[in-house]
Ligand binder design. Structure first.
Ligand SMILES: [Zn+2]
Length: 202
């Protein structure tokens, strides 16, 4: 009876480990795509396209959210919000001690920063196809223009990209550490740890 239970627990833990391993492999592939894209605009694959689509929705919502604070903040608000949302998700999961979930949203944070970096790097040349048709403002041409930094657009874009890349690589390292710690943890101990965390007060 006990051995059947142990066996079921072992199978369940192994299935979870394999699932997390596959997840890490998929996210590594996705990260490679993001890092290889750099600040150049190239058509994203299907998964990256979905992430960029989500970034775009939060970006547009940010413009609306910041529209009460003047033109400069309204335009900055788009990029700010598309990065702030995954940052807030990461903070939430970190506070809940959900390491793997926090690492995934940290990876999303990094990807979103690289998405903004492409926009920043394009501020001088303005070659990106923008949503909104003719007459639409190029956010970063306007913002860097106001700050007299348009001529440094490419360098600033690469700097932002480097910050995003560090976040992505840190997220992958966290996921790998989380996976390894689960591999070395005795079977069935996860439940007791979860219960302990769930029972914490304050
Ligand atoms: Zn915008």
């Amino acid at each position: 009876m006990a051995s059947a239970q142990t066996e079921r627990r072992w199978t369940r833990d192994t299935a979870r480990l394999v699932g997390r391993g596959v997840g890490l492999a998929v996210l590594s592939g996705l990260s490679w795509q993001v890092l290889a894209r750099g600040v150049s605009f190239s058509s994203p694959g299907p998964i990256l396209g979905i992430m960029d689509g989500a970034n775009f929705i939060f970006h547009e919502a940010g413009h609306v959210l910041f529209s009460f604070f003047g033109e400069f903040l309204r335009i900055l608000g788009g990029s700010l919000t598309q990065v702030a949302i995954p940052v807030m998700c990461t903070g939430y999961f970190a506070r809940q001690h959900q390491a793997a979930a926090a690492a995934v949203t940290l990876l999303w944070t990094g990807e979103s920063i690289t998405h903004v970096a492409i926009y920043i790097a394009d501020a001088r040349v303005m070659g990106l196809p923008l949503h909104g048709g003719e007459g639409v403002i190029h956010d970063w041409n306007y913002l860097l223009g106001q700050l007299n930094l348009v001529n440094h657009a490419e360098s600033l874009g690469r700097l932002a990209f480097a910050v995003g890349a560090v976040a992505i690589l840190s997220a992958l390292a966290l996921l790998a550490i989380d996976l390894l710690s689960r591999r070395t943890r005795p079977a069935g101990s996860e439940g007791s740890i979860d219960r302990h965390v769930g029972g914490r007060v304050g």
